[in-house]
Design a protein around this ligand. Structure first.
Ligand SMILES: Nc1nc2c(c(=O)[nH]1)N[C@H]1C(S)=C(S)[C@@H](COP(=O)(O)O)O[C@H]1N2
Ligand SMILES: [Mo]
Length: 338
C-alpha cells in the first residue's frame, strides 16, 4: 500500500514536471509506461561530442568547457525559478569547431542550426540566427555551474541554458551531442523579381498559397524595430503583417507525439532569388522563444518598398537584417532531427 501511494505521488510529481517543462502533454495523470520510456533527464553525462558541419569534430569535457570564456546567465521567468548559470557560450564552442558554410551562397550561415541532444535522446534546435552576435545575439550557454556550484548530479556535467525561453523545454540536461546541420536541399536560385504570393508547405496539414488578400484576411500584428542606418543613426520602423506563428497555427504543423516536437522543426524562408534563412520552432513558439517573427506587408503604414515585394520576413531582435527575406516565394516547414 505504502509503495503504491509513493509510486502515485512520484507519478504526479513527474507529470507536473513534464508539464512545467513546456511539454505539449498537459495531463496531470501519466500512465506508468510514459514514465518508464521517457525518463526526465537520462544518464548523467561527463562529455559530449561536437559533430556535423564543423571543421574539427571534438569531444568536450568539463575542462575543455572551462577553457572557453565564462559567461553567466540568470534565469527568472522559467519554471526552474531564479538561478545563475555559468558556462561557455554555445556560439564560442561552435566557433572553435569552425562552422562549415557554402561560400557560393550569400549568408549561408543563416540556414544553419545546432541540434543539441541529451543522453535520453531528447533533442532541440537552436538556429544560428539566434546566437550570432550580429543577429539575435542570445546568450545561450552550455552551463557547467548553477549558483556557483557544479550542476545538480541529475543534470550531468553540462546543460543548455536558453535565456528568454518562457518554458525550459530547450534547457537540455546531460548534453551528449551538439550536431551542426543545414536543412536541405538548397532552394533553386532565381532572379530577384517582386512576388505577389508565397506557398506555405512541407510538414503542414494545410499547405496554402498566400497572396496579399489572403494575408490581409488574417489577424494583423504590428511590430516596431530599431535598426541603424549607414551613418549609425537609430531608425525606428513599424511593420504590419501576420505573425509567422499564426500562419503555422492555421497550416497546422505536423508534429510527432514525442515530447515538444515543435522544438525539432524549422521554417526555411525563401525569396524569389533563392536566398533563404532559417527560423526554428523553439524561436517563435509562444511557450519558448516567443519572438514575434512577422510576415510583413506594410512598412510605416505603406505597402513595402517595391524592391522588397509584397511581403517580407521581419525578425524583431535581429540586429542585422540578413533574415529579413524579401520577395517571399516559399515557407517550408522542415524536420531538423531526422
Ligand atoms: N530575397 C532576399 N531577401 C533578402 C536578401 C536577399 O539577398 N534576397 N538579403 C538580406 C540581407 S543580407 C539584408 S542585410 C537585408 C537588406 O534589407 P534592406 O535592403 O531592406 O536594407 O535583406 C535581406 N533579405
Ligand atoms: Mo546583409
Amino acid at each position: 500500500m505504502r509503495h503504491t501511494s509513493r509510486a502515485l505521488l512520484l507519478l504526479v510529481i513527474l507529470s507536473t514536471l513534464f508539464a512545467a517543462c513546456g511539454s505539449t502533454t498537459t495531463t496531470t495523470t501519466a500512465k506508468p509506461t510514459t514514465v518508464a520510456t521517457a525518463p526526465a533527464f537520462g544518464k548523467p553525462s561527463t562529455s559530449f561530442q561536437l559533430t556535423g558541419l564543423v571543421q574539427h569534430t571534438a569531444t568536450f569535457t568539463l575542462a575543455t568547457l572551462q577553457a572557453l570564456p565564462k559567461v553567466t546567465v540568470t534565469t527568472t521567468t522559467t519554471p526552474l525559478g531564479q538561478h545563475t548559470f555559468g558556462g561557455a557560450l554555445l556560439y564560442s564552442l561552435l566557433q572553435q569547431g569552425g562552422i562549415v558554410t557554402n561560400s557560393t551562397r550569400k549568408n549561408d550561415i543563416l540556414r544553419k542550426l545546432a541540434l543539441i541532444s541529451g543522453t535520453d535522446g531528447y533533442s532541440v534546435a537552436i538556429s544560428m540566427g539566434e546566437i550570432l552576435p550580429t543577429f539575435a545575439n542570445k546568450q545561450i550557454i552550455v552551463a557547467y555551474e548553477e549558483d556557483s556550484k557544479p550542476l545538480p548530479q541529475a543534470d550531468g556535467f553540462a546543460r543548455l541554458i536558453v535565456p528568454g525561453d518562457m518554458f525550459a523545454g530547450r534547457y537540455i540536461s546531460n548534453v551528449a551531442q551538439i550536431d551542426v546541420r543545414s536543412p536541405g536541399p538548397l532552394p533553386k536560385l532565381g532572379t530577384a523579381t517582386p512576388t505577389s504570393a508565397f506557398y506555405l508547405l512541407g510538414l503542414v496539414t494545410n499547405p496554402a498559397k498566400y497572396d496579399l488578400t489572403a494575408l490581409k484576411a488574417l489577424k494583423a500584428t504590428t511590430v516596431t524595430i530599431q535598426s541603424q542606418d549607414q551613418s549609425g543613426k537609430t531608425v525606428t520602423t513599424t511593420y504590419s503583417g501576420v505573425l509567422l506563428n499564426d500562419l503555422l497555427q492555421q497550416a497546422i504543423v505536423q508534429v510527432k507525439k514525442t515530447k515538444n516536437d515543435i522544438l525539432r522543426k524549422g521554417i526555411v524562408v525563401v525569396g524569389s532569388d533563392g536566398y533563404s534563412a532559417l527560423v526554428v520552432g523553439g524561436e517563435i513558439d509562444p511557450k519558448f522563444g516567443n519572438v514575434q517573427a512577422l510576415i510583413a506587408f506594410e512598412q510605416n503604414g505603406q505597402p513595402l518598398p517595391q524592391a522588397d515585394g509584397y511581403a517580407r520576413l521581419i525578425i524583431p531582435g535581429d540586429q542585422h537584417l540578413g533574415r529579413f527575406v524579401s520577395n517571399l516565394r516559399e515557407l517550408q516547414v522542415v524536420e531538423l532531427a531526422a
